[in-house]
Write a protein that binds this ligand. Sequence first.
Ligand SMILES: Cc1cc2nc3c(=O)[nH]c(=O)nc-3n(C[C@H](O)[C@H](O)[C@H](O)COP(=O)(O)O)c2cc1C
Length: 210
Amino acid sequence: MELLDKLNWRYASKAMNKEVVSQEKVDKIIEAARLAPTSSGLQPFEILVITNQEIKEQIRPISWNQSVITDCSHLLVFVAWDTYTEDRINKMFDLTNEVRGFKNEGWENYRQMLLGMYPQKDPEENFNHASKQAYIAFGMSIAAAAFEGVDATPVEGFEADALDKILGLREKGLRSAVMLPIGYRDTEKDWLVNLKKVRKSTDELVTIID
Ligand SMILES: Cc1cc2nc3c(=O)[nH]c(=O)nc-3n(C[C@H](O)[C@H](O)[C@H](O)COP(=O)(O)O)c2cc1C
């Protein structure tokens, strides 16, 4: 199957059947997120992979009681940096130098530019920027899950402050951005499973400027 066939196959499952996704597939879904492009390569987010049923049970009531939270196999939580700090920026630039094995003046100037820009900004603005990067990775994981024949429901319907508390995120300088329960659709219980995919037309989506 081509990628587009797989994207047509996927949908935001409303009910999952608790079947466990193999570690090999989970690893691929996470690797797609790790490989996501991010602004300046900073990767300002982390992914929590929750299989602990008790924690899932705690998360469900603060997530509009959505059953996929408890009936998924793995609950991926994309969490973003609460702000950009000098340390965080330096760490990624140092990693680049270490992996590539050399220092580059242009790259070092770029580091200084970011150091002079991000840490001084309002943390809320920085968190919003970091969240956007997390969403790119989240999209990659959604596509990777489809590619692997695994269902994935994007979930933004939750109380972020409550989730941050349950997961102890704030004290680690992190805040929840979005969740992705992955598992297998329950074809009997899911009202959405046989409904047509609805998308606006390409004409409405695209404007060609020659
Ligand atoms: C960022 C984001 C947040 C979403 N949050 C929820 C959610 O909390 N619960 C849910 O059932 N679906 C959620 N959805 C699923 C969308 O409603 C769904 O992707 C959209 O209607 C398109 O349908 P499809 O994904 O089934 O093709 C979310 C989707 C995205 C991209």
